[in-house]
Design a protein around this ligand. Structure first.
Ligand SMILES: [Zn+2]
Length: 321
């Protein structure tokens, strides 16, 4: 039986919607993801901006997918920042100042469908279990590397939110003593050293310190993406930047493995599109620093869901229920 799920992926700077058709059998299979719509969010748009954008995008998705609400079975929504999955409440998002927004109730009343909500990173982790490379895996860690770094933990086959909804905050493991300043006020956090903006800053620092490197390289715009392209074209500073990034990710992954002892650690988010540029160094450091007696079989892998992991995440919440 195929069920249609309206999926809404709320990010820090954009919202995506789509219609996910999922074959519900013993193994759940994503039949199709149709009518994908995307709109950027103004930084201070507030609850009204989010509400308006969702309303417009949902209508556009239904039109594009040629589906009406009567043929939808549920809504799955991913929430950035702190979310209360049980009540569907958006508790807090540092980037927008949104607090205590009952988005689950609101969508339920507006569309008359059951709504399933979860923090975006936890939802991505869950999607990997339902649709991706962790089907049949009960203990794993998901790490998102994009503008920030977040983590989602699945233990005993369930999302493990932690006592205060803050489990697997991978971005704030200190990997460089006295390193770069992090948004959380500490120094040397993984997010401040290895997220997209941190990669751009490291590359820039490297060029500033070395005239020869600076003269051999001119990027139109310095972002993790353009540095990845330069690395693929053999630029030594870009290659070195990703090598260092891999080393730091390997360190954090080793800390986490020593505590959780997962079967897999999965990497998603925009920067993970460059997985091949940091994977070797990351795996080398992981082997050197994780307690080998129990972690030698842990695999470090790229997501099986690609760029649409958030939409898969939203669908997986409803499928599970
Ligand atoms: Zn931090």
């Amino acid at each position: 039986m195929v069920k249609n799920i309206l999926v809404i992926d709320i990010g820090g700077s954009k919202i995506l919607t789509a219609l996910a058709s999922v074959e519900i059998s013993k193994t759940k299979v994503m039949d199709s993801l149709r009518g994908i719509q995307k709109q950027t969010l103004a930084p201070a748009c507030g609850i009204d901006g989010v509400r308006k954008t969702i309303t417009e995008l949902v209508q556009q998705t239904l039109n594009a997918a040629r589906c009406d609400l009567a043929n939808c079975h549920a809504i799955g929504v991913t929430i950035p920042g702190v979310a209360d999955a049980k009540t569907g409440r958006w508790v807090y998002a540092p980037f927008s100042g949104i607090r205590d927004y009952p988005i689950g109730d609101e969508l339920r009343h507006r569309y008359g469908l059951p709504v399933f909500a979860e923090n975006d990173v936890n939802a991505c982790a869950w999607a990997e279990k339902i649709f991706g490379v962790c089907q049949g895996v009960n203990d794993f860690l998901w790490i998102t590397i994009s503008n920030g770094i977040g983590g989602g933990l699945v233990l005993n086959g369930r999302i493990h939110p932690g006592a205060f909804a803050g489990a697997a905050e991978m971005g704030h493991i200190v990997v460089v003593e006295g390193g770069q300043l992090c948004g959380c006020t500490h120094r040397g956090c993984l997010e401040a050293e290895a997220a997209g903006p941190a990669i751009a800053k490291r590359f820039t620092r490297m060029l500033e310190a070395n005239r020869q490197l600076r003269e051999s390289c001119s990027l139109p715009e310095v972002t993790a993406q353009t540095i990845a392209e330069a690395a693929r074209n053999g630029n030594p500073a870009a290659i070195e930047t990703f090598r260092t990034t891999g080393h730091l990710l390997g360190r954090a992954a080793a800390f986490a493995a020593n505590i959780v002892n997962p079967e897999k650690i999965i990497f998603g988010g925009g920067v993970s599109q460059a997985f091949e540029l940091f994977a070797d160094e990351m795996k080398k450091t992981f082997t050197e620093q994780a307690f080998q007696s129990v972690n030698s079989k842990v695999t470090l892998e790229r997501t099986g869901l690609g760029y649409e992991a958030g939409l898969y995440g939203a669908a997986s919440l409803a499928v599970d229920a």
